[in-house]
Each structure stands twice: as structure tokens, then as C-alpha cells.
Design a protein around this ligand. Sequence first.
Ligand code: AHR
Length: 648
Amino acid sequence: MKKIRPSRRAARASVSITVLADQPGAKINRAMWGLFFEDINFGADGGLYAELVKNRSFAFENPLMGWAKISPSLAQGTLSVLQEQPFDAANPRYVRLQSEGTAFFGIANEGFRGMGLRKGETYDFSVRIRGVSGAPVVHAQLYGADGALLASTSLRDFSSKWEERAVSLRPAETDPKGRLQIVLEGKGTVDLDRVSLFPRRTWKNRPGGLHADMVKILADMKPGFLRFPGGCIVEGSVLERRYQWKNTIGPVEKRKPLVNRWNYEFIHRPAPDYFQSFGLGFFEYFQLCEDIDAEPMPIINCGMACQFNSGELCPMEDLHIYIQDALDLIEFANGPVGSGWGAKRAAMGHAKPFKMKLLGIGNEQWGPQYIERYSRFAKVLKEKHPEIQLISAAGPLPEDERFKFIWAKLRELGNADIVDEHCYANPVWFFANNHRYDKYDRNGPKVFMGEYAAQSVAMVSVKNRNNLECALSEAAYLTGLERNADVVRMASYAPLFGHAEAWQWTPNLIWVDNLRIYGTPNYYVQQLFSRNRGDVVLPLQLAGIRKSSSGIENLYASAVRDDRTGEIILKVVNPGSSQISATINVPGASRIGSGAETVLTGSSLQDVNSFEEPKRVAPKTRALKTFRSGSIHDFPRFSMTVIRFKAR
Ligand code: AHR
């Protein structure tokens, strides 16, 4: 090993970081840093799923939720909700508009806290329509929040049989709070169902597809995996309301909406208009994974409803139904076109398998009831699909009795692959637990840190903020995960999206409103880890580290090697209020070349990003031309730094 002679400047550095480049450690999972997606905070409907019409099939519990009657004073007409001879027996409700023709008469949809409309962009309107009497003209119109007409088009000559009509609209102005209006001109009656409005610009411009900007910000993270569809939404408050993937595939109009459990979960954040349309269903999730090159990680219900709600249990003698769902899901994702479920996938336009390798059994379950159910799943799945890695639950907290019980039992069972740990705690917990995995038993199941986020105030406090302190505490914690990549195989922040006017839970990684989107400081931490993943852990020694009474260290670091580029990647977090100068030694590297440094920092630990200042806390990169072993590097206060340099 090459000896490094400390220079006089080095003697002035308070800390030294030594990367043992010639002693590579564990291989890092390609899918180490990923995404947790759940339809919470209007993440799917009103979010990632680009549909702008809320309750498009009149299938919510209140069939007219989201809709309002348009009936100016001179108008005479009736609006009724009917089911006879529906367009689709699976979603039988539709609306009948009967107008006397004295004035425009119809309905308007408010969208998801308004409809975000952009001047110059095209919006595709479609409707299932049936003429009942007369020959009215139907106008489809977009209005701004101030009542200005932004776009209008008309439909006429309706058949007495249901038919689909589609037209496009181009708003004259941008408006984050637009609405869609459908009005009849002239005397007559029509039936309407499946009223839809999509931006033409979706992700990959797929008709009826996903929100282009929301997918792009995910793709920009280069995530290793995507966990879906949650979260507690998998479990349901009662089993009848659990997420059932089979109800989310096939023709979109056949997918029966279900109330979203975040509709009523928090009485302090009610969302009575929150339902799941399943327009974003399991096929679309798999397709999204493929698009952004992320491993699909579906989570299925294990026969237990949410234990924070009813905790309803599926009787053991009926558990085979749930296990069959899991087997069928594997066939849907990976089976040949000739198999029953593989054929359904092919019919949806994807003959090639999705190559799913991971499957979560339950979300955040605990107790002997979980172990009993997990064992049954594992027995069947391990026998029939040994190629699938199973992810098991470990309760909601990272160190309580429930957690310890589950871990002990899973170790005993011997057939658990990966255990899903969850942690929502204050920033101090994340700083102080940097060494949590240093002592983990290497022989048992691996760890998936499946949900975590630092809470600036307290768990489920509405005052929680995505501030720099939380982001740095997570960054510090992740250096510990990275150093222990032999035992921690994957990690994902939760939740992913929050709609600024429709959230139930905060903090969230990415915030959106109807037209805008921004990544939080926490998002940039995730991005820095994911985009600088590396292939092999390099051992690292730190000298000069001081610890506060609450367990916060003055500097955190980890190092990896990127085999493709031949670079060493060093990640350093300085959470303190003073700059730290550190000597960086790289014994064992014979030739060190130029590099680059990316710094994420702010002026205060309370700094946050916002729609107005989306990049207040965002990474900045500069070249490091003179980087060499033994040089002193300055790490700014309140910062995370990633240094990449060539080394042999
Ligand atoms: O991320 C929000 C919720 O927190 C998830 O749905 C659940 O798994 C956890 O309790």
C-alpha cells in the first residue's frame, strides 16, 4: 500500500477521510436506490394518471361528486343519474341531460382541485354518448377560473346506441384552475358516460397515459426499482377495500373505481372526493418500470387489512385465494403469451414478459398473524417460483417489540429473503442511527428500507417540512446504508408525491400542483445517491470525528467504486454550522485523475424548495482538476458533497 506523507496543510485539516481503494467490499445491488409509490396525496388520480376529469364514470359513492349542474336562469331541463341499458354493465351509472332548449343546459366537472390547462397545448376530450330525443348540439368547453371561455367545440347527430365521440380542445390561456363544461343547445335529451379529458402531451405521448412531467422527474432520479401500489392502500381499512390487482387491468372502462383509504383516514385532512379509478393499474405500473428502467416491486395483500384500522384477517382456510392472486400476478408479469394471465398481458399490448423478480407479501404487517400468513405464502411461492425474491413486512417502526418479534420469527423460518423496514422519525434519529447496520447479522434475510423520511416536527404532523435538515439527516443515514450494502439491499423514501392542495401526509419527496412540480432537498439527496450508486463498496476510515450528546457526528461519509467509469465516488455529509476541512487519502490507488464535485447545500437548515423557488436547494457541480490523494477538501456547512474521481 502506498504511504501518504501528510503535508503541512493536511496537518491543519480537522478530519481525515481514508478510502481503502484496494480493498473492495460488498457488491452494491443495481436496484439499491428506488422509489416508493402510493396513491396518497392525490399521487395517482389527480397526479401521475393524467386524466383531468374527476369521477368520469359517475361511479363514486355520490355519483355527481365533482360535477355541478349548469342551469342559467332561463334554462329549463333535468339532470338524472340512471342505470338502465348502460354503456357498460361493470360501471352502470350514467347521466341523462334533458333540455327544453330555452338556454344552454348541462354539467361541469371541477377536476382535481381544478384542471391545469396550458395555452397552446392540445387536450383530448372524449365521451360515450347516446341520443334519446330531439337533435340538440352538445358543446364541450373549457373555462378558466375567472369564467372566461378558453376553448369550445361541438358534437351533433347522435345515434340511439352508445357511441364514443372524441374531439380536441386548445385553451386560449393557461389556467391552473380550469373546468370542463358540457352543455346542450336546443331541445332534446342525451345520455353521457365516461367523460374524459387528457392532455395530448403525456409520458411518451401515450393516449390516456401518465403525467409527462411527473414521470420525467422520477426518471431523472434513475431509480433502481419502483415499489407499488403502496403503502397502506394495499391493505385497505377492511379486506373488502384492499387493493386487488386483478381489478386494475384490462380495458380501462371495465375497471371499477374504489374509495381511496386516504379519503377518510385522517379526520384532520379529509378528502371525500378521493377515489381510485385504477386508470393507473398494474399493467401501467409494470410499463412505467420498464420505461424508467426500474425493477418492478409489486406489493400484494397477505390476507390482513390495515392494523391501524380494522386489522381484519382473512381466515386461514381462505388464504389460498390471496396466494392464488400472487401466483397469477407472477404469471401476468412473467408468464408466456400462451398462459392464461400472460395472454391478458399480451392483449394489453405487451407480449414480452416484464421480468419481475421481487414481490412484497403484505405492507406494514406485524404480529403472529402475519408470520402465520407469510409462512403459507412463502411455502407455495418458494416451491413454484424460487426465482422470485420475497419481501416480508416488519411492522411500522424500526425498533419496537413488533419489529423484534417479526425479525426473530423470520430468521427462524429461514425462507425470508428481504425484510421491509419502515421509519418515520425526527432528523436526530437518522443522524444517530448511521451505524445501525454495522452490527446487523450478515447471515439472515437482507434489509429493504422500504419507507423512511425524517419528520421535521413529528410523524403525521401537518407542520412537517421537507427542509434541508431532514434531507441531510437522511443523507447521513444513507451513507450508513451504503457502507452496509451487503446487508441493506434496497431503500426508498416515502411518500413520493404530494399535491399542494390535496395532500393527507407530509413530508413528501416531490410536490406538485395542477401545473407545476418541484423536487425537495430530500429528492436531490435521493438523486445524488441513485445517480452515484457505484458497483462496489470501498472501506473508509474517518479520523477526527466528534459526536454531540444527541449522537450527531460532525461528518458522515461513504465510498464506492463505479466499475464502468473506473471512478471512486465519495459521499460526505457535513450537517454542522461550520465548514470542515478534511484530508482525503486514497491509499491503494496508483493513479488518481481529475474529478468533479457536486454539492447540495443551503444557507440554513430550515431551507426548503417551493413552486416559486424550486431550486433554492439543488445540487451544483464543478470540475476538480487538481484532485489527488492527500489533498485537503473543504466541505461547506449544511451540505452533502459527492466527489467523483478517476483512480486505478
Ligand atoms: O407513507 C405513508 C404511509 O406510511 C404508508 O401508506 C404506510 O405504509 C406507512 O404507515
